[in-house]
Design a binder for this molecule. Structure first.
Ligand code: NAP
Length: 302
């Protein structure tokens, strides 16, 4: 089968199409015939060497998010049948014709592949951070970076719990943030003053998905209490919690629920997918890196 791999850190040019054996599922693994692979910021950060987990081993096979048909079952895989339409997390190597997974949700009929593959990482990361922030109905949350994949899901999940959301985005995405149900403002210099003007009593929590805003977040909160970032490397220096969306079990039931709500129109994706072929994986990662969203960057396979 065809897959994308790289054997050194570097720019998008290190990504190569390679021929490798179709993987065999063992234990509770399911083999998925991939129709769409999600491209996430972590993919280009890992490819460039900026994000390294342990001692790097090559070749590496990028891609942690997939949607497709169940193609084969490991001996202990339950809950799925050959031919089911599923989406979820790839063990690794999601940029490929086939990938293994043991964390899959059922894809609703009304959702297309590129819509489905936009949900697992975004919904799971948003939900885990909101849970850590322990928000209660009636509280006010600032989401810095509310127009992207994670931010748009965080806005909608928080609103559904009765939380008031102030969401930042670039000037071009202010209407998008408003349409998601949040009170929009721009990120960047003067953020704390803009938020004080919207919420004179301050905010109860901050979910940071950008960079450079932690000093403003601490000013707004009066401390680092209930300030969490998933993206700003300045967190450690400032004593702010850096959360990992991949820690703990995957919230498959919630991801399925959100998928159903996207079909009914109760939830929405921030924009149409920006699609590429498998051979264009480098271009796709570049598109992601340049932050030209909104809309999920997706590799359409087969
Ligand atoms: N720790 C984890 O487990 C975890 C999990 C998932 C994602 N992440 C990280 O979270 C970030 C967002 O991921 P994503 O998939 O949501 O990406 P995305 O869809 O590309 O969204 C990026 C978001 O960041 C906003 N943004 C860009 N520059 C900003 C700035 N200086 N200040 C505030 N916001 C800014 C964008 O707004 P505009 O488009 O309006 O400019 C957009 O809302 C990435 O850095 C990613 O690595 C971390």
């Amino acid at each position: 089968m065809r897959a994308i791999a790289y054997s050194e850190f570097g720019g998008p040019e290190v990504l190569r199409v390679v021929e490798v054996p179709v993987p065999e599922p063992t234990g509770d693994e399911v083999r998925v015939a991939v129709r769409a692979a999600g491209v996430n910021p972590a993919d280009w950060k890992m490819r460039s060497g900026a994000l390294v987990f342990g001692e790097p081993r090559f070749p590496q096979f990028p891609g942690g998010e997939i949607a497709g048909f169940v193609d084969a079952l490991g001996p202990d895989a339950h809950g799925h049948a050959i031919g089911d339409q599923v989406f979820g997390w790839a063990r690794s190597g999601g940029y490929a014709e086939y990938a293994l997974s043991s964390t899959l949700a059922r894809k609703p009929e009304g959702l297309d592949w590129s819509e489905a593959v936009a949900l697992p990482v975004a919904v799971s990361t948003a939900a885990k951070v909101l849970e850590q922030l322990a928000l209660r109905s009636g509280e006010t949350l600032l989401i810095n970076g509310a127009s992207g994949a994670v931010g748009s899901m965080a806005v909608q999940l928080a609103l559904s719990e009765g939380v008031t959301v102030i969401g930042t985005a670039s000037a071009r995405n202010q209407e998008l943030v408003r349409s998601l149900g949040a009170i929009p403002t721009t990120y960047g210099d003067g953020l704390a003053d803009r938020v004080w003007a919207i919420a004179p009593r301050g905010v109860d929590a901050v979910f940071d998905i950008g960079h450079g805003a932690l000093p403003a977040a601490i000013e707004l909160r009066g401390s680092t209490d209930r300030v969490i970032t998933i993206a700003d490397p300045a967190a450690a220096q400032l004593g702010v919690t850096f959360a990992s969306g991949s820690a703990g079990p995957r919230p498959i039931a919630l991801v399925e629920q959100v998928a159903e709500r996207v079909v009914t129109g109760e939830f929405r994706l921030p924009g149409a997918a920006r699609t590429f072929t498998l051979d264009e994986a480098g271009l796709a990662q570049q598109e992601m890196e340049q932050g030209r969203g909104p809309g999920k960057v997706v590799l359409l396979v087969n």
